[in-house]
Write a protein that binds this ligand. Structure first.
Ligand SMILES: Nc1ncnc2c1ncn2[C@@H]1O[C@H](COP(=O)(O)OP(=O)(O)OP(=O)(O)O)[C@@H](O)[C@H]1O
Length: 293
């Protein structure tokens, strides 16, 4: 079931296309990562979906009972308010009853890891704390569709891990569309990938589909030195590449399987450091996709 359908969404400024013919769907309960280089049109697209910017053309259809949560790339806060005051205000604006708003704010701030800063003024918050507060205001009213513009990019590795785990735990009841530059983290939480470049969608699909299409997996054998690696390659007919002390054998229909490689290595009593299956990371695929089109 689709919670959101986007059809040929376009935004132009003075005849210049910033987003062009963007079409995709979000299935209920899924997480979609929107990725693309700077200026690709991610923020503009999310702002149109959040109804903060009107499209030049195209259609956005949301399921009838959608409750939307939005985290902008640069959220604006009132520095003189405390975290709980700000989140309570956001809850009320999003339609939470006054009686409930305070309790829900406290629970949400605890959820995002700000339990020790409930009554601190936002003006004293670090960048990471503000990022968490931004997420809190986006989820305080328990939305079922969450649009997040760079929710983890401003965080340090520990903070990113924590927020990714929080987002994963939200996924049970929430459909999530988020933009990010941190591709290694995106790899962990993505049912669908949308690659944008220069306002256009240039690739989309599940991580598995995209990897199948663009990744060149290989078996990597690590030898003690370059000479050993060269000797190994010279004595076999497999198509391989040598990089320093590594031998890389592409996994293809005509190439050997991991089992065959392990068998050969053990029967030949090769003195190796290790063998592993190497799959391309999302980052490598991203660079390839963005460069190719
Ligand atoms: N109000 C505007 N008027 C003219 N051009 C704009 C306007 N807003 C955005 N743009 C242009 O649209 C393009 C896409 O911007 P957008 O912020 O959507 O990209 P992005 O993918 O979110 O980039 P980043 O990763 O750097 O945040 C950029 O070239 C930007 O300069």
């Amino acid at each position: 079931m689709n919670i959101l359908e986007v059809e040929k969404l376009t935004k132009r400024y003075g005849g210049e296309s910033v987003v062009e013919d963007l079409s995709f769907i979000l299935e209920k309960g899924t997480a979609t990562a929107l990725i693309g280089p700077n200026g690709a049109g991610k923020t503009t697209s999310l702002s149109m979906l959040a109804n903060l910017l009107s499209p030049t053309s195209g259609k956005i259809t949301m399921e009838k009972d959608v409750s939307l949560g939005f985290l902008p790339q640069y959220p604006q806060f009132f520095p003189w308010l405390t975290a709980v005051e700000f989140t309570e205000l956001a809850a009320k604006i999003s339609g939470v009853e006054a009686k409930q708003a305070r309790l829900q704010s406290i629970k949400t701030l605890e959820f995002v890891g700000l339990e020790n800063a409930l009554h601190k003024k936002i003006g004293s918050f670090s960048g990471g704390m503000k990022q968490r507060l931004g997420l809190a205001q986006a989820i305080v009213h328990r939305p079922n569709l969450l649009l997040l513009d760079e929710p983890i990019s401003a965080l340090d590795p520990t903070g990113r891990r924590e927020i990714m785990n929080l987002l994963k735990s939200l996924q049970q009841d929430t459909t999530i569309l988020y933009s990010t530059h941190i591709l290694n983290d995106a790899e962990e939480m993505t049912d669908q990938l949308l690659f944008m470049r220069e306002g256009r969608l240039i690739e989309q699909g599940s991580l598995k589909e995209v990897k199948k299409k663009h990744a060149d997996p290989c078996i990597q054998i690590k030898f003690r030195n370059h000479t050993h690696a060269l000797e190994f390659v010279g004595s076999h007919t497999w198509k391989c590449e040598v990089e320093e002390n590594l031998v890389l054998i592409p996994v293809s229909k005509s190439g050997p399987t991991m089992q065959q490689v392990l068998h050969i290595l053990s029967t030949e009593k090769q003195d190796i450091v290790g063998v592993e299956f190497q799959d391309a990371s999302l980052e490598e695929i991203f660079l390839k996709v963005v460069a190719a089109k």
